[in-house]
Design a protein around this ligand. Structure first.
Ligand SMILES: [Zn+2]
Length: 82
């Protein structure tokens, strides 16, 4: 009698997606060990940008991605230019 053990394939960690209302956001991580210096990220031609430090993806709010009233920790939206 044999027992079949299915191989457990590692699940790639999906990057966290943060919906924002501004094309310009600042990110300084989520604090603690995951924190990093605050960096400003600006979206270009595409309605999203990824943080090179913590790999979070910031997606511009649209009809398909309803905005969340509360931003994720460590995320700051730009004021839309000075
Ligand atoms: Zn970050």
């Amino acid at each position: 009698m044999t027992t079949t053990v299915e191989p457990v394939s590692p699940t790639p960690a999906a990057p966290e997606v943060v919906v924002v209302r501004s094309r310009r956001v600042a990110c300084d991580g989520v604090g603690g060990a995951l924190g990093h210096p605050r960096v400003w990220l600006e979206m270009g031609d595409e309605p999203f940008v990824e943080c090179g430090y913590c790999d979070r993806r910031f997606v511009l709010a649209s009809h398909e991605t309803p905005e969340d009233e509360r931003l994720a920790p460590g995320v700051y939206e730009g004021a839309g230019g000075h």
